[in-house]
Design a protein around this ligand. Structure first.
Ligand code: TXA
Ligand code: MG
Length: 325
């Protein structure tokens, strides 16, 4: 049985009790819902992998209420990491740093590093304070599928497999955090996200991308196929490349209006950000993919956006979702 808890003091207390006794709670964050367990309890963390059917080579992000508490779990902190933390924490940024000895191997998938994040969502912050232990939390979805941005999405995949979901409403960013590792003092973006490369470069200067420190992918956000929908997804860069509308197709336009030629004839057509505001598009992306996937359309057609700023993170998710098994 998965309990539904409200985001009030009672719900937060109950969630904290479950976590302290080794259980699993899906918690809202400003990016997506996370499936949380006590990060210092390897048995609790193992339950996350089981519930998500997540491969154990995939390390988890550890969430803390403050930068001081986060950095206490790292054996060294490059200046660039301190600068990024001072600017973007609490917020949608994960810093990969050499891990302290008390982080269990299973959290880090035996890497010498740990991903640390101080979330901004008030319910996540209250829960972290109340629980008093760091929380390991991957996105609260079955491995490889679209991340959840509401409690209902969490239950779609995990009802009955986790102890509780703390319902904090819709996530504001809708895209997972930006994951950054360091080559000495140089930031290396392992996964694009809500904090853009431009924002990081403005602060730190030179920024690298997508490094593989070991022979395996460093972030499964880097696996070719991830964020999968059930039905095939086709991407188009320009409106004039879209095929003629069809009653079996669901069209999603990331930025701007639905092209005139596509207004009629598709099963559905949805513009995520008619004004072109990519923040709005990101917030609606995963729920739009889920809805289109569940709508009975046999093909999802997506008109992508420009590959800069937040558009890079959005298009990255779409490209990985479009790769078929
Ligand atoms: O916004 C987010 O980051 C959400 C919320 C819940 O915080 N969490 C999330 O977790 O998206 P997950 O597990 O779905 O993705 C975490 C990413 C993975 O791509 C993982 O490989 C990478 O972070 N990661 C975690 N620890 C790492 C490490 N030590 N080295 C390299 N990559 C790491
Ligand atoms: Mg994920």
């Amino acid at each position: 049985m998965t309990r539904r808890l409200g985001p009030d003091q009672h719900g937060i207390d109950e969630a904290a009790d479950i976590l302290r006794s080794g259980g699993l709670v899906a918690m809202p964050t400003e990016t997506v819902y996370g499936l949380a367990a006590n990060a210092l309890d390897p048995v609790a963390v193992a339950r996350i992998f089981e519930a998500k059917r997540r491969p154990s080579f995939d390390p988890l992000i550890v969430h803390l209420p403050s930068a001081d508490q986060a950095f206490a779990l790292a054996t060294s902190v490059p200046d660039a990491a301190s600068l990024l933390a001072a600017t973007f924490w609490p917020g949608p940024l994960t810093l990969v740093l050499p891990r302290a000895a008390n982080i269990p191997d299973i959290v880090a998938a035996e890497l010498p590093t740990v991903g640390l994040r101080v979330p901004a969502h008030s319910v996540a912050r209250q829960l972290l304070e109340r629980v008093g232990t760091p929380l390991a939390a991957p996105s609260a979805n079955l491995f490889g599928f679209v991340s959840p941005t509401s409690a209902a999405h969490v239950l779609d995949g995990l009802d009955g497999c986790i102890d509780a979901v703390l319902d904090g409403g819709l996530c504001t960013h809708g895209l997972e955090s930006t994951v950054v590792a360091f080559d000495e003092d140089r930031p290396i973006i392992l996964r694009h996200g809500a904090i853009t490369r431009e924002q990081i470069a403005a602060l730190c200067g030179d920024v690298g991308e997508g490094a593989r420190i070991l022979e395996r992918p460093l972030a499964p956000g880097q696996l070719a196929r991830h964020y999968a929908t059930r039905n095939p997804l086709r991407l188009f860069d320009r409106a004039d490349q879209l095929p003629a509308p069809e009653a079996t197709a669901a069209l999603i336009v990331i930025a701007g209006h639905i092209p005139d030629a596509q207004r009629k004839g598709n099963l559905s057509a949805r513009a995520l950000a008619p004004s072109g505001n990519l923040t709005e598009a990101a917030a609606n992306l995963f729920s739009a993919l889920r809805e289109a996937d569940a709508s009975g359309a046999s093909e999802l057609r997506i008109l992508t956006c420009d590959d800069s700023g937040l558009g890079r993170a959005i298009n990255d998710r779409l490209r990985r979702a479009a790769v078929r098994a």
